[in-house]
Design a protein around this ligand. Structure first.
Ligand code: KG4
Ligand code: ZN
Length: 348
């Protein structure tokens, strides 16, 4: 079955043709990184305009790149939740128009579940149930993936997402956007135990996350606490810390990674008695982080738990994960009608 997937939830316009859920025939992503660079984050109005400009070109490229014609497609899939409402509507409208014009089924896909499904692309065999950690620019959540299509929410961030914290700290340190890859790179020249930044675990056994206090701790460390001796004027962008950017980046990264890994391991332990998970799946842009993978390997190897990662090109937003999961949703009888709506918020 050939499915065209469309993804436009945030700042990437993407389309992909996937055969039978895991054979990726094309994977086209038009990134808006350059447009949002000067703002250090995604500007919704700019994102929507860029989606409009790119969507038909990206879809054309995905179809021709798969060496097929539109008439060969069996269904159209689209991420209709969660995301920026204007951005979602562009993908949903394109998908509906194509499904109607080609007279083929339309399949709705949850963007978060698709990130966790992405470990199945590239024709791997993954055993379920799994504990899923989704760490991206917009979300940081833990799920129990009962099988490829059924996900139960276990916990999530109460404030900033992990990727958002990387982006904001990168801005504080005067590094580029998106911040994750910049901090990942800068960390290589620093010591991760140089600065002891706080780790927020919230209540005992909590599976929720909070990264805003850590972000503020980096801000105060970098500029000094406002009004205190040695603090510097933020306008000057001067660093008040005796540590190098590499040290601060590595220490911040260690604090995020430690909490992500420890909470995922806690979720695994808690679910062990209830649902006997067979392993862990991680997904989302932050799972490209080299230290996160290293730390997962350390923790999981000790406990003999398999950890599944997507290929690097399937970690950040892409449409292959949308078309892939859509195949299984459709097999389950889950097709959408042309009245499909876009839902900006995640609904458990
Ligand atoms: O999954 P994604 O493309 O978008 C959302 O669904 O939000 O994730 C983008 C996020 C950005 O915040 C970016 O800084 C982060 O993923 N990211 C990383 C790395 N590469 C991308 N974070 C940490 N380390 C990386 N190597
Ligand atoms: Zn995403």
């Amino acid at each position: 079955m050939l499915i065209l997937g469309i993804e436009s939830t945030c700042d990437e316009t993407a389309a992909s043709v996937v055969k039978d859920g895991n054979e990726v025939l094309s994977n086209i992503v038009a990134s808006q990184e350059k447009l949002h660079l000067e703002f250090g984050g995604v500007v919704p109005e700019i994102a929507c305009r860029a989606h409009l400009d790119a969507i038909t070109i990206v879809i054309d490229k995905a179809v021709s790149g798969a060496n097929i014609e539109l008439k060969d497609l069996d269904a159209i899939a689209v991420a209709n939740t969660p995301g920026l409402v204007g951005a979602l509507l562009i993908g949903v409208t394109a998908a509906k128009s194509m499904a109607w014009a080609l007279n083929i089924p339309l399949i709705a896909v949850n963007h978060l579940y698709a990130h966790l499904y992405s470990v199945n692309l590239s024709q791997k065999r993954v055993q379920y149930p799994l504990i899923g950690l989704l760490a991206s620019g917009g979300h940081t959540s833990l799920f129990l993936a009962e099988n490829v299509t059924d996900y139960k929410y276990l916990g999530g961030t109460l404030d900033d997402a992990a990727g958002e914290a990387f982006d904001k700290v990168s801005k504080i340190l005067g590094l580029g956007y998106p911040g994750g890859p910049e901090i990942d790179k800068a960390s290589k020249s620093g010591f991760r135990d140089a600065v002891k930044f706080p780790r927020s675990y919230l209540k005992k056994d909590s599976l929720d996350f909070s990264f805003s206090g850590l972000k503020t701790a980096v801000l105060y460390h970098y500029y000094g606490k406002p009004g205190f001796k040695n603090s510097v004027d933020r306008e000057t962008k001067a660093c008040a810390s005796p540590h190098s950017i590499g040290d601060i980046a590595a220490s911040f990264q260690e604090a995020v990674v430690e909490v992500l890994v420890n909470k995922t391991m806690l979720a695994f332990q808690k679910q062990k008695r209830i649902s006997s998970p067979a392993g862990i799946a991680v997904g989302g842009g932050v799972t490209r982080n080299a230290r996160l993978r290293e730390k997962f390997e350390e923790a999981a190897n000790d406990m003999d738990i398999p950890v599944h990662y997507p290929e690097p090109e399937h970690c950040t937003d892409n449409a292959a994960m949308i078309a892939g999961l859509a195949f299984h949703n459709f097999k389950k009888g889950d097709a959408a009608g042309l009245a499909l709506e876009a839902f900006p918020n995640y609904r458990r």
